[in-house]
Ligand binder design. Structure first.
Ligand code: FE2
Ligand code: FE2
Length: 167
């Protein structure tokens, strides 16, 4: 594989772990504030982000490349509020989508069809991630910022493994 792509995927592995730790920090905040449904939702999200990081790592391994493990960012422990957390998750997923799009562009430029094909899963995943984040924001509107009702809805989230999703 082209070294530029190995580097870019290594950076993406860090982004996925950073996402996991960001959501873990949000989970801690929600748990402290008594939002058990949101904590549940975020816990599933943390697991998803770890699985994304490993999916990239495994892809490099399968192609005889070893990811460079980069230091992760310090995440905040305080957040402005319950609604603000879910506004931030939406913005964060838009940022991750832009990173995935950059990876796709690089694979295209390098004419690496195999990697480009691998990235389709992540393109689809980001559509879903943004939809999920938007659906959370919609709950705040639906329940007119009644946080306990929003929290109760978030409790209903079910973990779908990335293998099941692929089919
Ligand atoms: Fe992710
Ligand atoms: Fe994500």
């Amino acid at each position: 594989m082209d070294a530029k792509l190995v580097e870019a995927i290594s950076i993406q592995i860090r982004e996925e772990y950073d996402s996991a730790f960001l959501y873990l920090a949000m989970l801690g905040w929600c748990t402290r504030k008594g939002y058990s449904g949101a904590s549940h939702w975020l816990k599933i999200q943390v697991e998803e982000e770890f699985s994304h990081a490993l999916k990239f790592y495994n892809y490099l391994s399968k192609n005889g490349e070893i990811a460079v493990i980069l230091p992760h960012k310090q995440q905040p422990t305080e957040f402005d509020g319950f609604l603000q957390i879910f506004q931030a998750t939406f913005k964060h997923e838009q940022f991750i989508t832009s990173k995935i799009n950059q990876l796709c562009k690089l694979a295209d430029e390098l004419n690496d069809k195999k990697t480009r094909q691998f990235l389709v899963w992540f393109e689809d995943e980001q559509v879903e991630e943004e939809e999920n984040a938007q659906a959370n924001l919609d709950l705040f509107k639906k329940f007119d910022n009644d946080f306990s009702k929003v929290d109760a809805e978030m409790a209903k989230r079910v973990l779908v493994s990335s293998e099941d999703k692929k089919k």
